[in-house]
Ligand binder design. Structure first.
Ligand code: UDP
Ligand code: MG
Length: 318
């Protein structure tokens, strides 16, 4: 049997409303896994406090005090879901043989954990939790989210359809992940690049148990742009192709106009001229914007800023 200390990593941002319930359910799940011998008794639930402004961290500290199964990581400030998750994964990597990440709001069905652990024991290093349906999501969320996965794949970014950040990774896979030093973090795009044997486990995505979504539309769009621009350079190529096409069209237009002039036909209409000036101006601006987006990324990457800073770790030694 493979070594089997499991860490369940849960990023939390202002989750005081759900945290006690999440902790209760995760604890009973972990206890039953330990009782079944599927994971070792050194297994833990690791909450990452992503600079919450509510009682999230005091709740985590209290959980840790009352039960050795809970540990915690406190980030120095809010860094966003992906960085918080990475902080948790990298902390767990040092202590665990297998790590499962999930959201704090109980939308990821805890029942799928058993199957993930079983797949790990079958020899898989990465097990993706995949949503079997999005019945419980609002129509808007479903359409935007599924459109996002299709759009990503069309742009050449390889993401697992309907998989968010509910997944199991072995220590080896996490060590692979640690080699990806990018600052612009989009984990679900990076994980498929690691390799190893992978599997998927289907689960039904539930409703948020309590509290509000920390991903309003603005953050969702920013996240989608982050994903596309950090995984794919296809937009740049598309713009190059578009620019070339427009150039060809303008050459064709020029030839036509010269022919018309030679035949003594007057060229009529300012409107068309103005229109094309505006169209091309717009395209140039758009192209500059996309290029700027990538240059901005390069700028950020060259700084090698830390992706997270840990204030405190609640651990057994303490
Ligand atoms: N989260 C975080 N930092 C943030 C925003 C969100 O750690 O800045 C966590 C949040 O606590 C939750 C997970 O990321 O555990 C997913 O967030 P949420 O459930 O709000 O997203 P949704 O399910 O609505 O897409
Ligand atoms: Mg959620």
């Amino acid at each position: 049997m493979r070594p089997n200390t499991l860490y369940i990593v849960v990023p939390c941002y202002n989750e005081e409303a759900v945290l006690p319930e999440t902790a209760k359910r995760l604890r009973s799940k972990l206890e039953s896994l330990i009782a079944d011998g599927a994971v070792s008794s050194g297994s833990r639930i690791l909450f990452v406090n992503d600079g919450s402004r509510d009682a999230t961290w005091p709740i985590i500290m209290a959980l840790h005090r009352d039960c050795p199964l809970f540990s915690g990581v406190d980030l120095t400030r809010n860094r966003g879901h992906q960085n918080a998750l990475l902080a948790g994964l990298m902390t767990a990597k040092e202590r665990a043989d297998l790590v499962i990440s999930m959201d704090a709001d109980l939308q990821d069905d805890i029942g799928a954990v058993d199957e993930m652990v079983a797949k790990y024991h079958d020899g898989c290093d990465i097990v993706y939790g995949v949503r079997s349906s999005r019945k419980k999501d609002t129509f808007f969320k479903r359409v935007t989210a599924e459109g996002f996965y299709r759009f990503m794949n069309a742009l050449g970014a390889n993401v697992v359809f309907n998989h968010a950040d509910y997944r199991l990774m072995s220590k080896a896979a996490l060590e692979g992940l640690a080699e990806f030093k990018e600052v612009n973090l989009f984990l679900r795009g990076i994980v498929p690049m690691i390799g190893y044997t992978t599997a998927t486990v289907e689960y039904e995505r539930g409703e948020r148990f309590a509290g509000e979504s920390k991903y309003p539309l603005k953050k969702m769009i920013a996240f989608a742009l982050e994903g596309i621009t950090s995984l794919s350079t296809k937009p740049i190529r598309l713009i190059t192709a578009l620019g070339f096409l427009i150039f060809l069209v303008s050459v064709a237009m020029l030839i036509t106009f010269i022919a018309q002039w030679a035949m003594g036909m007057t060229v009529a209409g300012w409107a068309s001229v103005i229109c094309s000036v505006w169209a091309i101006g717009g395209l140039i601006l758009l192209s500059l914007g996309v290029i700027g987006e990538y240059i901005g990324k390069i700028y950020l990457e060259t700084k090698h800023r830390p992706r997270f800073l840990i204030r405190e770790i609640l651990d057994d030694e303490k």
